[in-house]
Design a protein around this ligand. Sequence first.
Ligand code: NAD
Ligand code: TYD
Length: 388
Amino acid sequence: MCFCGRDYERNTRPVDLGGGFAEGTRPYYVKNLLKIMFKKSVLITGGAGFIGSHVVRLFVNKYPDYQIVNLDALTYAGNLENVKDVEKQPNYVFEKGDIRVADFLKNLFEKYNFDAVIHLAAESHVDRSIENPLAFVETNVIGTVNLLNAAKNLWKNDWRDKLFYHISTDEVYGSLGKTGLFTENTAYDPHSPYSASKAASDHFVRSYHDTYGLPSVISNCSNNYGPNQFPEKLIPLFINNIKLQKPLPVYGDGQYTRDWLFVIDHARAIDMIFHQGKTGETYNIGGFNEYTNIDLIHLLCDIMDEKLGRPKGSSRNLITFVKDRPGHDKRYAIDATKINKELGWKPSVNFEEGLSKTIDWYLENEEWLKNVTSGEYQKYYDEMYGGR
Ligand code: NAD
Ligand code: TYD
């Protein structure tokens, strides 16, 4: 009898477990059995999304003695294709559900008796937050508080070996001038509804640590890129547009600066912080890799011209300067000294290599791209770029 992986759901239905015990005692039995089978039960939220799927893959494969429960609402950004390669692993379970629903979370925490949470589920796109801020409050703020409550209620009598790990963004720190870096002590100064909602969620996580003693840790990372990113963010959107020879909509003058990190390196950092980070602490994660948007776009165009066998410079002709994003942050740059010094983390993939791998992935995964860009995506694309 297996109580693990995808069979879990099937096996929690009333079945004869050989002991002939009463129906009401079964969940207790299942919980204890899971405790024997797995060293830890870890909830990963947002594991069907871009970064979450890479974290799920890393944890499922690297830690066969952890039970990994992937909770995702499968919004437009969530896609089970992203984790298809691990779905049959015995230590993996998928649960479809919404972090905005407190009762659902209460039952889920009771069902799996989690030891730890790695919380990535979020509304994550700045442009969408400008169109619909409330959705960001509901998922990023209320959803996070619901999760904190579920963890607090389950763990309140014994915090030992428990951890609530909240994944956040460098955007909470606001915008830098030409010089300077965000450190863990930089004051929060969010400008978009997205960054404001992430800042609020960070504050709630710290408040649960300080008020109730909930063991928590937060990391704030710079812009990620890599396979499986939904093509609304700069890099995958532009890869797709270059491929289709569609205009490349550059906001404003293109002189905005971001620090880019390959998603696999972010997942590695999350693994290190999860295992070695100190509770109550914050860790900044960055790529030591600043690019202005226009320089990055030129590089992307040139690599793609070469890969697609097009004349050098031809994709640059697709660049179209469009109306700027309101409240557009000028520059983000992370000082990742703390995680480097204390945990020994540093990026392993340089930008040109990561970009080349990312482009190859999108060119090789046409079906994935076709699936995620059908239907609603077309409407979003027309609304976002039609009038700019
Ligand atoms: P994403 O949009 O690709 O994925 C988010 C996932 O959360 C999706 O699978 C979606 O279905 C799920 N989700 C959304 N609302 C939900 C809800 N109410 N209940 C349950 N699941 C829900 O996002 P991402 O880029 O992978 O970002 C993941 C996390 O990392 C976010 O918290 C984001 O703020 C943070 N982050 C992202 C970046 C980046 O560059 N993408 C950088 C730093 C931090
Ligand atoms: P994005 O990928 O949305 O990430 P974030 O806003 O979280 O940094 O955007 C990265 C940069 O690219 C940002 O300065 C906005 C800019 N941008 C464009 O110029 N055109 C686009 O179509 C998009 C989506 C972004």
